[in-house]
Design a protein around this ligand. Structure first.
Ligand code: OGA
Ligand code: ZN
Length: 380
């Protein structure tokens, strides 16, 4: 038995059918929308739409329509010798009238320095991950909602991170190779490959789409210094939006230039994008911030004063201790985070005091959300 309300009555209204539901709601369904979404015209295994909308005219309409004895909306179309059947559950689930009235609720839980006293909310044991879907789901939920998760007690063999992240999906390759080796080396092509402090940043901002998630797997870390820092960039964006609205808007509207001139690869990577972007719900989509890869700024000369005022404020907020959490990675930790939301940084360390070696992996955001959607059995 379907848990959706049943169809009580139907009537035509212009280019739509109005459905009255048993719970008193009313929905409007456009003829072309109905024809285009006929549930029979989906490939059974590819799950792709097979119908070609251009095979019918703008004037397509029901020749007849009714609620049939299965409780479905049954439409015989004026064109194409086709009858469509829409179950009440399908129709109600996909009802855009009711969906458009729903208020958007952000999935993101924004955090600040106080998260330091709730570390267990952003941690998961490796054993939980490998023991099945519930553990993987917990990991993905921390990643998607809070943007951060520290896996504890993972193996510490080189490249063992591959198997751990394979519980989610395939990795995203970059010219730094996979895994990328975060160690202190001569002639580094990235300042992470030194013992110097790293200001809070995200990786690869000079790509059109910077990697969605980053996984820093700690194999050994017994040096003096080298503590990690994380900041929820969406929290800072939301604070800025509320308290420094004009600065926020300036940054949202002003493309900046990111440049990478990697000396080991024959490429010069340049990307113009604003420091913040919003999604189709006006929620935060990404923050793109890395002082190290900021190119020389170009903009309308009349906008430069305004830009620098806002940009300085952003830098200050992104390094303000009220937003930072601090921790030191231990062998077997995998510091996993949304690379387009959570900024990461590192304190300087003494390379002569011991050994520090992290191996890094990236995964696209689509794979994190797609896998979580699958485990939650969502019906989009
Ligand atoms: C990096 C990075 C942080 C660290 O490799 O991108 O920022 O703790 N590393 O070494
Ligand atoms: Zn980094």
């Amino acid at each position: 038995m379907s848990h959706y309300p049943s169809i009580s009555s139907l009537k035509k209204n212009g280019k739509s059918i109005l459905v009255d539901w048993s719970d008193g709601e009313q929905s409007k369904f456009n003829f072309l929308w109905l024809r285009d979404n006929c549930p029979s015209e989906v490939h059974p295994t590819a799950r792709e739409r097979t119908f070609n909308l251009l095979t019918v005219t703008d004037d397509i309409h029901p020749k007849s329509y009714k609620v049939n004895d299965k409780g479905e909306l049954e439409i015989e179309w004026s064109e194409g010798d086709h009858t469509s059947y829409y179950g009440n559950d399908w129709l109600r689930h996909n009802c855009y009238t009711l969906k458009s009235k729903k208020k958007y609720i952000s999935p993101y839980f924004l955090w600040d320095q106080s998260m330091e006293s709730n570390f267990e909310d952003i941690q998961i044991d490796y054993e939980e991950i490998i023991s099945g879907d519930d553990g993987i789901k917990k990991w993905l939920e921390q990643l998607h909602y809070k943007g951060i998760s520290i896996v504890k007690n993972a193996p510490i063999e080189k490249e063992s991170g591959f198997d751990v992240i394979a519980n989610i999906s395939h990795h995203r390759e970059t010219f730094f190779k996979t895994p990328f080796e975060v160690i202190d080396i001569p002639n580094p092509n990235n300042s992470a490959y030194t013992a110097a402090a790293l200001r809070n940043h995200l990786d690869l901002p000079y790509y059109e789409i910077a990697p969605g998630y980053q996984f820093l797997h700690c194999l050994i870390n017994n040096v003096t210094g080298g503590e990690s820092v994380a900041v929820d960039g969406f929290k800072v964006a939301s604070y800025m939006k509320e308290n420094f609205t004009e600065f926020f808007e300036t940054l949202l509207e002003t493309p900046v230039k990111f440049v990478n001139r990697d000396y080991t690869s024959n490429a010069i990577r340049v990307m113009h994008k604003p420091l913040f972007s919003l999604d189709h719900n006006n929620d935060f989509n990404d923050i793109r911030f890395s002082v190290a890869y900021m190119g020389v700024m170009d903009c309308d000369p009349d906008q430069m004063d305004k830009f620098y005022e806002a940009y300085r404020k952003l830098i200050a907020l992104l390094h303000d201790p009220i937003f930072e959490i601090n921790f030191k990675l231990k062998a077997g930790d995998i510091f996993s985070f949304n690379n387009r939301r959570v900024l990461h940084g590192r304190k300087e360390y003494d390379a002569n005091s011991g050994e520090r070696h992290l191996q890094g992996y990236y995964i696209d955001r689509d794979e994190i959300i797609g896998r979580l959607n699958f485990l939650n059995k969502i019906n989009p």
